[in-house]
Design a protein around this ligand. Structure first.
Ligand SMILES: [Zn+2]
Length: 68
């Protein structure tokens, strides 16, 4: 499944979500403020961290939501 980047309209938080194609069309809940007023950014973060340093070292996500 692709990883999409979302931005919260309320608090401006950007976060990534690993979602199916179907779920990607729906609003995702902001991990920061819980708002569902989010939008999907055009950029698709195509990679998944597996062969790099090993662990869940996501450069943009500090809340751990990427580890779904
Ligand atoms: Zn938010």
């Amino acid at each position: 499944m692709p990883v999409y980047e979302y931005e919260c309209r309320d608090c401006g938080k950007r976060f990534e979500r690993l979602v199916s194609f179907r779920e990607a069309k729906e609003a995702q809940e902001c991990p920061e403020c819980g708002s569902r007023s989010t939008r999907k950014l055009m950029s698709v973060v195509a990679s998944v961290r597996k062969d790099d340093d090993g662990v869940s070292s996501c450069p943009t996500c500090t809340s751990g939501v990427c580890n779904l």
